[in-house]
Design a protein around this ligand. Structure first.
Ligand code: FES
Ligand SMILES: [Fe+2]
Length: 445
C-alpha cells in the first residue's frame, strides 16, 4: 500500500524525520527532484551547437547540451556500455561525447555513433537500438532561456507549474536594457552538512538576520560610509546594515508571498532610501539612463518598482533579480547539500552594474562571506540538533492563523516574519510525495 506522508504533519508542525530519514530522502529524489520540473541551467551557458553543461537532477548526473541543429537537450550522463559517467568536465564544447572507458561515442542527442571493436559484440547487437543510447530526459522546456527538465513523460506543463513565479524570471530579464541576460563570470559553490530543505526554509526567514548576522551588522554599523572608495564596500555595508533592521521593520514594511507548488518570494524589501543598489548611486543613475533609452521612462519606472528579494522556485532554484544572482540547490544526501551561485550580466547595462553583481555575490554568496558563514553554521546546527533525542515535532506555525489569500492563487503571510512560505513548501512536498503515479508510469514503460 502506498505510504501516506500526512502522518508527518500536524497543524503548524512538521516531524523531524523529513530532515533526517535517508529513506524519505531517497523518495524525495524520485518524486520531487526527478518527477517535477527542476531547473537545469540557462541557455546562455550553451550558446553554440556542441556547448554542454554537466549538472544534476537531484543526485542523477545529466548533461544540458545544444545539439547541432540548435535544439536544447538534457541527457543522462551515463554510458550505455558498462555505465561510466561520460561527461566529466562541467562545461565545454564537443562535436560528440566519448566515454573514457572503452571509447563508445555518442551524438549530442545521446544516440550511439560508434563503437570500437564493434564486431566483437553479439550478432543481435544493434547500435541504433535506443537501449544503446545515453538516455534522454523526457521533458525539457525553456522559459525565456531558463531551462527546466522533468523525468516524468507527462504531467503539468512548465508554465503551469511555475504559475505566477514566471513574473520573477521576467523581472530579471526585464532589467536588461537590451532585453537579454547571460550567465557571466565564475561561480560560488559551497556545501554544508545538512538537509536541502533547511536552505530553502532560510531564504525568506525574516526573523533571523537581526539575530544570526549580529556580528557583521555591528561591524557595518561602526564603519564610516566613505571607507571604500571603489563602491564595492558600500554594497557590503548597506547589506549588512540592512540585516540589522529592527523586528518592527520586518513586521511592517516587508511582505511574503507564496504560490502553489511550493514557490515564494520576499517582496517590498527595499525602498529607495534602503535599496542596496541605491537609485542615487552614480552606477545606478547610468544604468537607469541606459534602461530609459531602450525602454522608455514609464516601462523603466515599472521595472524598478518591482522590489522582490529572494524568489524561490521549488524545489531547486532561488533567484534575486535586483542583483542578478541565481542559486541552485543540489541535494547530495539526507544531510549534505551543495549550493552553486551563478551571476547574470544584463546586456546593454554599464559594465559597473555587473561589477556590483559580483560585489553583492561576494557578500551574500561568497565562501568567504561574513554573512553566508553564519547561515552555514545554522544549517549544520539544525542537523546536529535533529540528531538528538529532543522533540520530534518542529514548529513552523508562525503566522498560521493570519495567512491571507493572494490575487494570483497564492497565500500571503500577514507580514514577512510569517512562516507561511515554509508551510507552503511542505504542502507542495506532501502533494509530490503522496503522488506515486509518475513513478508507476515509468516502471510500466
Ligand atoms: S563503459 Fe563506456 S565505453 Fe565501456
Ligand atoms: Fe541569513
Amino acid at each position: 500500500m502506498a505510504q501516506d506522508f500526512s502522518k508527518f504533519f500536524e497543524p503548524g508542525r512538521v516531524h523531524r524525520k523529513l530532515y533526517t530519514d535517508p529513506a524519505i530522502f531517497d523518495l524525495e529524489m524520485e518524486r520531487i527532484f526527478y518527477s517535477t520540473w527542476v531547473y537545469v541551467g540557462h541557455e546562455s551557458q550553451i550558446k553554440n551547437p556542441g556547448d554542454y553543461f554537466a549538472t544534476h537532477m537531484g543526485r542523477k548526473p545529466v548533461v544540458l547540451v545544444r545539439d547541432m541543429d540548435g535544439t536544447v537537450r538534457v541527457i543522462h550522463n551515463q554510458c550505455a556500455h558498462r555505465g561510466a559517467m561520460v561527461v566529466a568536465t562541467e562545461k565545454g564544447n564537443a562535436p560528440e561525447f566519448t566515454c573514457c572507458y572503452h571509447g563508445w561515442t555518442y551524438h549530442l542527442d545521446g544516440k550511439l555513433k560508434a563503437v570500437p571493436l564493434n564486431h566483437g559484440y553479439p550478432r543481435d547487437f544493434d547500435p541504433s537500438n535506443p537501449k544503446t543510447a545515453m538516455r534522454r530526459v523526457p521533458r525539457v522546456t525553456s522559459y525565456r532561456g531558463f531551462v527546466f527538465a522533468s523525468g516524468a513523460a507527462d504531467g503539468p506543463a512548465l508554465e503551469e507549474t511555475l504559475g505566477h513565479m514566471t513574473t520573477s524570471l521576467d523581472d530579471l530579464i526585464d532589467r536588461a536594457p537590451d532585453g537579454e541576460i547571460e550567465v557571466a563570470g565564475g561561480v560560488f559553490r559551497h556545501a554544508y552538512d545538512g538537509n536541502w530543505k533547511v536552505y530553502f526554509e532560510n531564504l525568506c526567514d525574516a526573523a533571523h538576520p537581526l539575530f544570526v548576522h549580529r556580528s557583521s551588522i555591528d561591524a557595518a554599523q561602526q564603519q564610516s560610509d566613505a571607507v571604500h572608495s571603489d563602491g564595492s564596500g558600500e554594497i557590503a555595508i548597506r547589506q549588512m546594515r540592512q540585516n540589522g533592521a529592527p523586528y518592527s521593520f520586518w513586521e511592517s514594511q516587508v511582505g511574503i508571498w507564496t504560490y502553489p507548488n511550493g514557490h515564494s518570494y520576499l517582496g517590498d524589501y527595499h525602498d529607495d532610501s534602503k535599496l542596496v543598489a541605491a537609485l542615487k548611486d552614480p552606477v545606478f543613475r547610468d544604468y537607469i539612463a541606459a534602461l530609459e533609452k531602450k525602454k522608455g521612462k514609464a516601462e523603466t519606472k515599472r521595472i524598478l518598482e518591482v522590489r522582490r528579494w529572494n524568489s524561490n522556485i521549488y524545489p531547486n532554484v532561488s533567484l534575486m533579480s535586483q542583483f542578478q544572482q541565481l542559486r541552485v540547490v543540489q541535494p547530495v544526501s539526507v544531510n549534505r547539500t551543495v549550493v552553486t551561485t551563478y551571476n547574470f550580466r544584463l546586456k546593454g547595462a554599464p559594465e559597473q552594474v555587473f561589477r556590483n553583481t559580483i560585489s553583492f555575490a561576494n557578500i551574500v554568496n561568497g565562501t568567504g562571506s561574513l554573512v553566508l558563514t553564519d547561515d552555514l553554521e545554522i544549517y549544520n546546527r539544525i542537523d546536529m540538533g535533529l540528531s538528538s533525542e529532543g522533540t520530534e515535532w518542529l514548529q513552523v506555525g508562525r503566522g498560521y492563523h493570519s495567512d491571507v489569500p493572494d490575487a494570483h492563487g497564492g497565500r500571503r503571510g500577514v507580514n514577512s516574519t510569517s512562516e507561511v512560505y515554509i508551510r507552503n513548501m511542505l504542502d507542495a512536498w506532501l502533494g509530490y510525495m503522496n503522488d506515486s503515479r509518475r513513478e508507476q508510469a515509468r516502471a510500466a514503460s
